[in-house]
Design a protein around this ligand. Structure first.
Ligand code: HEM
Length: 152
């Protein structure tokens, strides 16, 4: 029980950092940068956010996998057709999208970032932010048994 409380608390804390940081970036910093055609506004924020954002994502992954195992048992059960397993599958899908975009941004977009290429990075930021919010919505639904539409 104590370990479940600790892991769930870390998961929620990580969610506030990851989702909150991306919402601040997407809704306040990014529109300013696009208006001013100034990519440095985004990279200055990202350099600072990355110090807490990347550890937060790592915490989400480790605690998320722990929570999934706690709820559903061995990973073989995570691909069942019930609504909790389906919600975990949604979270794993969001994770693939998030990590894929992060790798693409880090190695392809950011090295060539300029005021002219800022709109490409803007799409990455918007999609990762929407995924972060969906992570939260999917996670919170698990307490209620997941979305019934997922039940087969
Ligand atoms: C940035 C990524 C993530 C965010 C923002 C996030 C957010 C959340 C939130 C807000 C909750 C609700 C906690 C509550 O009940 O109060 C939650 C629960 C949960 N998350 Fe995540 N999550 C993320 C990644 C993951 C990953 C990668 C997994 C692994 C599959 C995962 C598995 C779970 C599980 C199983 C629960 C239910 C915990 C329980 O009620 O026992 N999460 N998540």
């Amino acid at each position: 029980m104590a370990s479940y409380y600790i892991v769930l608390s870390l998961h929620i804390l990580g969610a506030t950092v990851w989702a909150g940081g991306h919402l601040v970036l997407a809704v306040t910093i990014l529109p300013d940068a696009l208006r001013q055609h100034r990519a440095a506004t985004v990279s200055e924020f990202e350099q600072r956010f990355e110090r807490i954002g990347l550890p937060a994502l790592a915490v989400q992954i480790v605690t998320g996998l722990w929570l999934a195992e706690h709820l559903l048992g061995s990973p073989a059960n995570w691909f069942d057709g019930n609504s909790v397993a389906r919600t975990v599958q949604v979270k794993l899908g969001l994770l693939v999208i998030t990590v894929g975009l992060a790798i693409h941004a880090r190695f392809r977009v950011i090295p060539r970032l300029s005021d002219a290429t800022l709109p490409t990075l803007a799409w990455h930021i918007r999609i990762v932010t929407v995924a972060a919010v969906l992570f939260v919505l999917a996670g919170a639904s698990i307490r209620f048994g997941g979305y019934p539409v997922f039940d087969r």
